[in-house]
Ligand binder design. Structure first.
Ligand code: AHR
Length: 604
């Protein structure tokens, strides 16, 4: 295949092209990127249980309903110590199917109530082996009158795997026959960018290396809730964590909301991502149980969204801006994009979406005319007959590898009066991304980038997966609780290669062949940088010649495998990108693309 990139002209492309979509699914938040590592640490929910908790020595544990830490954390963990005991007693927490002790300084925070004047040892211990990866003795003086706050750090050594539990223990003779109450026990490693209540660095670092441009949050289905009452409520995710009640998440487990609205914005700032905030729009997944909300009944929810936006964007003189400042953030967050709902073409949302979208749009636009507002679907039948100027639409596509290839020209044929977010896309029907699917995704992305005057943003989904608790496959980055086991899948490499090699102008390319099995898109960036993205969807190698007049050197990155089913998984990571340096002959670079491969030629 011979290609020649036309250096003149071209279409301006979007600087936000490749981003992330995040919601708490597959324990991607609690147990995943959110730094707090103890499961069920607040004994929250309408039917609290003792999941993950255990006792040590001659003691037992129970949920205590009579010693609330706060209104939001109404239950505490009671440790009943046997009379006359002299051994070590305490509580343990198994984490989210283990704890990834990464060797950093760890921090534990908890509240304790009960008469104690002595030491509590916080430690991280290997299951079965008893190996101690970190331990600290904390002097405590507490009484039965009130909860006493405890904050302590533990130096750790890196554990070889995630088979580790956390323990708070003490000399039983000091509390024999008595009870102690523990409230909201927390454990963090040194977080990403050392932020308080921050992110797991092992996952955040892998994300940062993608070079993505935006973060769409907090859902996905998880913003919608199953029912009206368990929708994602922004105002219950802010402020001190002990004042956050959490909620039953859409994906079948309780969300602590420790990773809340402000934490998402810190994540964006710390990783250089533009926030794309989704707001709840009157529709929960189980329609009929209180939603869709329409007519006058929608007004309180529109007001709530306006309050949320004031919290985000208002200065400290506003009611909600002052609340944000009181929570530690004086400066407003930099938000320019808001999505109204999620996938409102599904589950009975379509019939009322035009009304709901318009009501939210009008109210938000009147107050914040500079915000870009995005409809959660591109299905014309669900949208107002005339979309407001400047509003965007969101298109989702989970598909087979062949289906993604078939979608290559989808964006060549769309309504060119709209601009698009492709808020979710990925291969489907596999446990982990496979090479063939990743090539299919690359071809779909090439189709988007060729049209990136209209396709402003695209985010792979879902993003993260704790393999011990999975509701959806495949995901871009699966991980276990082994500290180093954050898997860079074949699709991860494609996202990274496309993100870090983003030009600002899409260039015309002339070729001696039609698209298929090789697909391409070229762009130019600052200076004399050119990027040619290529995908080979087939089992034959392909000889390429790419001419960019006057250019002499290039870096070629290729990811591929002869086996279309090759995948990077917790069982092995056989596929890695290969980098090489090329020199042109009179502006022509020649190289061979392996079977089932994606390549980026970055020339200058
Ligand atoms: O990404 C998983 C789910 O797929 C999202 O929550 C939802 O928006 C879509 O149906």
């Amino acid at each position: 295949v011979s290609l020649e990139v036309n250096k003149s002209g071209g279409n301006a492309s979007s600087p936000l092209m490749y981003g992330f979509m995040f919601e708490d699914i597959n324990h991607s938040g609690d147990g995943g990127i959110y730094g707090q590592m103890l499961q069920n640490n607040g004994l929250q929910g309408t039917t609290p249980n003792l999941t993950a908790w255990g006792s040590v020595g001659d003691s037992t544990i129970a949920i205590d309903y009579d010693n609330p830490l706060t209104t939001a954390i109404p239950n505490s963990l009671r440790l009943d110590v046997a009379k006359d005991t002299t051994g070590t007693v305490g509580v343990t927490n198994a984490g989210y199917w283990g704890i990834p002790v990464d060797g950093s300084e760890h921090q534990t925070y908890f509240w304790i109530k009960g008469d104690l004047s002595g030491n509590i040892t916080a430690s991280l211990v290997g299951n079965g082996t008893g190996t101690v990866y970190g331990s600290t003795s904390i002097p405590i003086t507490s009484t039965s009158d009130n909860f006493t706050y405890v904050d302590a750090s533990l130096s750790t050594s890196k554990a070889p795997d995630g088979d580790v539990y956390f323990q708070l223990s003490l000399d039983g003779s000091e509390v024999a026959g008595a009870s102690l109450y523990f409230g909201l026990v927390q454990l963090f490693p040194t977080t990403y960018k050392k932020r308080y209540n921050g992110l797991q660095p092992r996952i955040a670092n892998v994300l940062e290396a993608v070079g993505a441009s935006f973060l769409r949050f907090p859902g996905g289905n998880n913003i919608e809730g199953e029912y009206l009452d368990n929708r994602w409520k922004w105002n219950e995710t802010i402020g001190p964590v002990q004042d956050r009640p959490g909620r039953w998440g859409t994906w079948g487990y309780y969300n602590t909301d420790g990773l809340g609205l402000d934490e998402y914005f810190y994540w964006c700032e710390d990783m250089g991502l533009e926030p794309l905030l989704a707001i709840w729009d009157g529709f929960a997944l189980e329609s009929g149980a209180g939603t869709p909300v329409t007519g006058d009944a929608l007004t309180p929810y529109i007001d709530d969204a306006l309050n949320e936006l004031e919290y985000v964007l208002g200065d400290s003189s506003t009611t909600y801006g002052a609340m944000r400042a009181a929570n530690g953030r004086t400066e407003p967050w930099k938000v320019t994009m808001v999505e109204i709902g999620n996938e409102d073409h599904l589950g009975g949302g379509c019939a009322t979406y035009a009304e709901r979208f318009t009501a939210f749009y009008d109210a938000i636009h009147a107050k914040y005319p500079d915000l870009t507002l995005i409809a959660s679907t591109n299905e014309v039948s669900c949208l107002p007959s005339t979309m407001p100027t400047g509003a965007m639409v969101d298109y989702h596509d989970y598909n087979t590898p062949d289906g993604l290839v078939d979608q290559f020209d989808y964006f060549d044929n769309i309504d060119r009066n709209s601009s698009y977010l492709v808020g979710e896309y990925a291969q489907n029907n596999v446990d982990y991304p496979i090479m063939q699917g990743s090539v299919g995704e690359a071809i779909f992305m090439i189709g988007m980038e060729r049209n990136s005057d209209l396709i402003k943003m695209a985010s792979y989904a879902p993003l993260l997966q704790l393999v011990n608790s999975t509701q959806w496959t495949p995901n871009l980055i699966p991980f276990t609780q082994s500290p180093d086991e954050v898997i860079e899948t074949t699709s991860y490499y494609v996202q990274q290669m496309f993100s870090v090699n983003l030009g600002d102008t899409v260039k015309e390319v002339s070729s001696d062949s039609a698209f298929g099995p090789v697909y391409w898109v070229a762009s130019s960036g600052s200076g004399s940088n050119y990027y040619v993205k290529l995908a080979n969807y087939g089992s034959d190698t392909q000889d390429l010649s790419v001419t960019i007049d006057g250019l002499t050197t290039a870096k070629l990155t290729v990811v591929g495998d002869d086996d279309p089913n090759a995948a990077n998984t917790p069982d092995g990571t056989p596929v890695v990108p290969v980098h090489s340096d090329l020199k042109s002959s009179n502006g022509t670079f020649t190289f061979t693309m392996p079977a089932w491969s994606v390549a980026v030629l970055a020339a200058s």
